[in-house]
Design a protein around this ligand. Structure first.
Ligand code: NDP
Length: 248
């Protein structure tokens, strides 16, 4: 088992859903968590909750689209805790629509956050992990990074990019820099992700799905992150493909 007590993590998209759940679980396991997102009032509430339970958290206002903002956040975390051992690249969004609706600003937003944002955060953290000659990077892809669904064409394209990047990164930094890379590929998780769907048809479809399927909770994904983190140092859990039992 790898002991994670006292390690330092940066979690992007920590203000809700999977990121917030991971912050809770990691902090409960003794990890000092840098909780990053744009909605700082949510992060302050999360920090208060973590602190009350005996954990340690640092609020980091971060828009992953802005490389300078990401770098400043990483510097703040290293200044506070001295290292970064774990990166959870989790910020993302999924406004569904058919391509012929030409919701191009939503397409660009998905590419900016889901792909470029993840690259920005990786670029900002990697030099620190290389200097430490250790680290564990988790990239949140999706079942949509393994197969394609109607209405999710652009989202699937972004998540396939995350899956591809994760595999390449794993091959490049594993042996050379002693950094593990895990690609997380959840099925349906009950979070705020679906609230941003502006297409009424797909919004209704997602609402219907919540009645037909037993969605995972953010904590379920957080548990699998802990499993990969605590695996012996020579073990790299390269993929975490986690689905509700009744998801096809
Ligand atoms: P939520 O909507 O609950 O969380 C998304 C998080 O991303 C929020 O904390 C939000 O914070 C953050 N975020 C969005 N834009 C930015 C930005 N520009 N800069 C920084 N942070 C940003 O959804 P989930 O928890 O479900 O999503 C987490 C990840 O899991 C996403 O990558 C998603 O694609 C993936 N996923 C989710 C699944 C699901 O069914 N829920 C299934 C498979 C994958 P803020 O707005 O405060 O900045």
């Amino acid at each position: 088992m790898t002991n994670i007590n006292g390690k330092v993590a940066l979690i992007s998209g920590a203000s809700s859903g999977i990121g917030a759940a991971a912050a809770h679980k990691l902090a409960a396991a003794g990890v000092k968590v840098g909780i990053a997102a744009r909605r700082t009032e949510r992060l302050e509430a999360l920090k208060a909750d973590i602190t009350e339970k005996g954990g340690e958290a640092l609020v980091i206002e971060m828009d992953v689209v802005d490389p300078a903002c990401v770098e400043a956040g990483v510097k703040k975390l290293v200044a506070a805790y001295g290292s970064i051992d774990i990166l959870l690249n989790n910020a993302g969004l999924m406004p569904l629509s058919d391509v012929d609706q030409l919701k191009t600003s939503e397409w660009h937003r998905m590419v900016d956050v889901n792909v470029k944002g993840l690259l920005n955060t990786t670029a900002a953290v990697l030099p620190q992990m290389i200097k430490q000659h250790s680290g564990h990077i988790f990239n949140t892809s999706s079942i949509a990074g393994r197969k394609v669904f109607k209405g999710l064409s652009v989202y699937c394209a972004t998540k396939h990019a995350v899956t591809a990047f994760s595999d390449g990164l794993r091959m490049e930094v594993g042996q050379k820099h002693n950094i593990r890379v895990t690609c997380i590929q959840p099925g349906a998780v009950a979070t705020e992700l679906y609230d941003q769907i502006t297409d009424p048809g797909y919004r209704q479809q997602m609402d219907d799905l919540t009645k037909q399927m037993s969605f995972l909770q953010g904590a379920d994904i957080a548990d699998t992150i802990l499993f990969a983190l605590q695996a012996p140092a020579h073990v790299n859990v390269a993929e975490l493909f986690v689905l509700p039992i009744d998801q096809g």
